[in-house]
Unconditional design. Sequence first.
Length: 178
Amino acid sequence: MLWQEERRQWLSEAGVDPCEPDWRQDFERLDESKRREFSRKFSAKLEAHLDAGHGACVLRDPTNARIVADSLHHFDGIRYRLGEYVVMPNHVHVIVGGIPRDRMLKQVEGWKRYTARLINELLGQKGRFWQDESFDHLVRNAEAHQKFRRYLAGNPFKAGLHGGYLLHMGPGPVNESS
């Protein structure tokens, strides 16, 4: 797709080789304004790609979605404060607080590594499960938090889903739609 080639070119011009396994570490060394520019330019394109239902969509299976949800809850209140999340058929949105950005990036890697191992095992497959990308946004105030909550809650509907996702809107029970 054209946007993916544009993304590779942007990263290369910024001095980040997206073909390197540790490209994300190089990306993190860019100044914050460059990282924000990247996010503005490519996060909407990635979201549209995901919302179109590309990929295997194995998280549509409630067992796989539950593995992800359980992983998010595992260290809630210990390492971070878990807010809202939605497990879509092919990606996840989560609002998390109480953790510095560098530790959050490591936590995301941990979630991905752990859930990939379990889900791949269930599917009888090996190899990469998650994309390397993850987009993080700093929530600076209550208004921004409400904006992200609305986006997260509306994502299944925006993607045209009438089931096959798992939604958690803050403290309380998890609502499943299958």
